[in-house]
Each structure stands twice: as C-alpha cells, then as structure tokens.
Design a protein around this ligand. Structure first.
Ligand SMILES: CC(C)(COP(=O)(O)OP(=O)(O)OC[C@H]1O[C@@H](n2cnc3c(N)ncnc32)[C@H](O)[C@@H]1OP(=O)(O)O)[C@@H](O)C(=O)NCCC(=O)NCCS
Length: 429
C-alpha cells in the first residue's frame, strides 16, 4: 500500500515536468564510454520513454573506446594532438567499422522499445543520415590531421522535418565533405553544433560523474553560463561545450551520470535533478499567462483544489480567464501563479499558489506585489482576498480583515457561505 502511495505521489509530482517537456527538442551526447557501460540499456529505455512522452530527440553517439579496440586488434596505434585523434587513411576504415557497429547496436536497442510497454506504445522510428557536413582540420602547426575534421554545417531543415514526423534522429560522429570525403569529428562537438543549429531546449551530456563536482566532491546543481570560464577547460569538456551551446542560443545543458541508473529521469522529472544544469538565462521569469500555460496552471492548482485550499476552477473556466493570471515560470514549468479579478472599484487577488517544492523563496510575495502593482496601475481602490488557510500570510503583508458588506456588491453576491472564507483587504491609495 505504502509503495503504491509513493508511486502515485511520484507520478503526480512528475506531471508538471511531463507537460513542460512535451514538444521540446533535446539533443543527447552519448559518449563511447556511456555506450559500453552496463547501465546503457537503462539509459536507452529512459530515452524511449521520453520519446513516448512527446519529446523530440536527437542522439549523437561517440565510439572512442570501440575505435581503440579495433585499432589494437589490428596491431595499430593512434597519434593524438591533445584530445584529438589523427585519423590517418589506415585508421579511417576502422573508425567507420566501429561507429557503424555502435550505431547499429543503439538502433537495435531503441527499436526494442521499453520493456513491458505495449507494442504500439513502444514503437519508435529511428533515422540516420547525412545531416552533417564536415570539413578537414587540415594541417595545423605542421601536423596533418588527415581525416580528422570539424562540423562545417548542419542540415537543420532536414533534421527538423524528421523530428516533425515524430522520428528520433540517431547520428554518428562522422561527416562528409561536399567533395565526398569522410571525416571523423568529435562526437560531443557534433552534438553541440546540432543543438545550436536546432536552438534545442536541452543539450544533455553523459559523464562518469554525477555531474560537475565542487571542491567538496558535491554535485553542483545549477551553474549560470556567466559563471563558466571556458578557457579553464579542455576543448571537449562538457562545461566548455555547454558554455558554447548556451551562449549561442541553447536554453539549458544538462551534465549527468551514465553510471547511475535513473539519473536521466531524476534530472528531468524532479526538482533538484541528479546532475548539473547549465543555464543560459536567469532561471525564472514572472510574466502574464498565455493559453500555453493552462495545463501548467491546472497541474499547480489541482492538488490545492482537492485539499479544499483553493476554489475549484474548471479547465474551461481557465481557458476563458487565463489572461487574468500572472505566472512564475521556471525551466518551462509553472511554479507559481496568481490572478487579478476586477469587481467595481476593487480588485480580488485570487488563486495565489506556489508549487510545494518551490515555496519559501519569496515567490508568493513577488506575485502578490505584482498583482498589487497591476491593481494600482488600473486605478482600483483596494485589493481584497478570500482565504481559508492563509489569513496570517496576508496579514503579515499588510492585509486587514474586513466584513462581507465591505466587498463590492457583485462579489458579495458570489460569496460561498459554506466555504466561510475570511475576507482581507489592502488599501491601494
Ligand atoms: C501561500 C503561498 C502562496 C506562499 O507561497 P510562497 O512562494 O512560499 O511564498 P513566500 O516565499 O513569499 O512566503 C513564504 C513564507 O510564508 C509562510 N507561510 C506559508 N503559508 C503560511 C500560512 N498559511 N500562514 C502564515 N504563513 C505562511 C512560510 O512559512 C514562509 O515563511 P518564512 O518566509 O518566514 O520562511 C503557498 O504557501 C501556497 O501555495 N499555499 C497554498 C495556496 C494558498 O493558500 N493560497 C492563498 C489563498 S488565495
């Protein structure tokens, strides 16, 4: 019984995130170490789950360890400049063989769908193709990089078309030049360039740690891009790439573990996540609600309506009255809302709510002040509120108790005697 309750609670808590992620574009970098780790099957199952929830997915895989195996088996060796492998003509066929095998293996696993999901729900279309144009690194400081290249261009239109059709795009880290030459490109660079080209909502890197750790070996949950100095990191370090992606228009980058089972779901569907999130803009926005926010507002207020704390509002009502709401959005999720309803010479502050995970950080007060400012600007004499559970909260913020007769007549006629709400008011003049 308890287990079931935990599950139900978890599912309810996850629902705002499910709504927030639907229709969004996520680009994943699955490095070669991640692909060969025993937890990879779980990662693939969780990625399939995201696809079934309506997330648009591009997966870019690496294959460095798999290429190394091929090279060792042939008794050959690679030369490197820093982190960059020099892909000589001898090595290129081995690179292609290794990447081809890894890609086919991932495609097979994605095609299996989620264990236990009905066939129709788990069927997934996976496409690959020449979405990347590459260019040679050339000869740098006298070193010939041969078939090692960089991304020259992403065929954004073709990628978007596939995503619009509901396909998951799976790409290797090789690209072809317009003259038909094949180049081996760093897979994390490919993922970053694709995320930038698509202006993806998220670029997700898997690493061997639980995200980026601080000096005490604790995971840093959030890192604004302004706090990253890219030159402190090597060329393909996730923080350097995240900085690159976020400064060029990608909203968020996530750096999470490929070792910990469920790290991806925890990162995407819980408040604190499991890894490190690099953010482009300030995390939260306070703004007027739009029709797209209706589901988010429903998710936020429905539990409070069930507990009798807020008056019930149907979805239909919200659809016609969403423009009375102001919301605080955090990472695509509505975490706080409040509404202003005009009644004659006074305005009602209604439906003030903050998601339980995000309380006690002044969001409620910020919204209350915003509604107060709106009411003042529109010339109302006072702001009133009806509440059953939050009298003290309002009192501490300058509201004073009033009688039913002090309400505007048009609001008084709607008063629900059964709810027996307290009435409080703050003069605005
Ligand atoms: C009331 C509510 C909107 C506050 O949201 P919030 O984002 O946490 O707001 P703030 O951070 O500005 O305020 C939090 C403070 O209020 C206090 N507080 C919360 N509920 C309270 C209550 N019922 N009575 C008195 N104080 C309360 C908190 O302990 C916290 O105090 P602190 O700052 O000393 O730690 C939120 O608790 C909520 O959604 N409640 C359920 C819905 C509700 O009652 N809405 C009002 C009816 S319209």
């Amino acid at each position: 019984m308890n287990d079931n309750h935990d599950y139900i609670r978890w599912f309810r808590d996850a629902s705002p995130y499910i709504n927030a992620h639907r229709g969004k574009t996520f680009v994943f970098h699955l490095g070669g170490e991640a692909v060969s780790h025993p937890n990879f099957q779980n990662i693939i199952a969780d990625i399939s789950l995201l696809a079934s929830l309506g997330v648009r997915l591009v997966l870019v895989h690496g294959s460095a360890p798999q290429i190394n195996q091929q090279i060792e088996a042939k008794g050959l060796a690679s030369d490197y400049v820093g982190e960059v492998r020099i892909t000589t003509p001898d090595l290129l066929p081995l690179v292609l063989e290794a990447t081809g095998k890894v890609r086919a293996d991932i495609e097979a696993r994605l095609s299996m769908g989620r264990p236990g999901a009905p066939q129709s729900a788990s069927r997934m279309t996976v496409v690959s193709g020449n979405f990347i144009k590459a260019k040679p690194l050339g000869i740098v400081d006298g070193v010939d990089y041969h078939h090692t290249g960089a991304v020259r261009k992403v065929n954004t239109e073709a990628l978007r078309q596939q995503l619009d059709l509901g396909a998951t795009v799976l790409l290797s880290h090789t690209g072809v030049s317009p003259s038909g030459e094949i180049f081996n490109v760093n897979s994390a660079e490919v993922a970053t360039e694709i995320a930038v080209a698509l202006l993806a909502d998220k670029l997700i890197f898997f690493t061997g740690e639980d995200g980026i750790l601080d000096d005490q070996q604790q995971t840093i949950n959030e890192l604004p891009v302004s706090e990253i100095t890219p030159s402190e990191f090597s060329a393909y370090h996730p923080l350097r790439l995240a900085h690159n992606a976020c400064t060029r228009g990608v909203d968020r980058c996530q750096i999470i573990s490929f070792i910990t089972d469920g790290a991806l779901l925890e990162e995407l569907f819980t408040r604190d996540g499991s890894g490190t999130q690099v953010t482009r803009t300030s995390y939260e926005k306070i703004r007027p609600a739009t029709p797209d926010d209706i589901s988010g507002i429903v998710d936020l207020i429905a539990p409070l309506e069930e507990q009798g704390i807020l008056v019930r509002r149907s979805r239909e009502l919200l659809e016609s009255e969403y423009d009375r709401f102001t919301v605080i959005e955090r990472d695509g999720m509505i975490v706080s809302c409040a509404a202003l309803y005009p009644f004659e010479n006074k305005a009602e502050l209604a439906c003030l709510a903050t998601h339980p995970d995000y309380r006690d950080n002044d969001r409620g007060e910020l919204l209350m002040k915003e509604i107060e400012t709106q009411a003042r600007r529109r010339g109302f004499e006072a702001l009133f509120v009806l509440t059953t559970h939050t009298v003290h909260w309002f009192r501490e913020r300058g509201f004073r108790q009033i009688a039913l007769d002090d309400l505007p007549a048009s609001r008084k006629s709607l008063y629900n005697y059964q709810r027996n709400s307290r009435l409080l008011e703050k003069p605005l003049s």
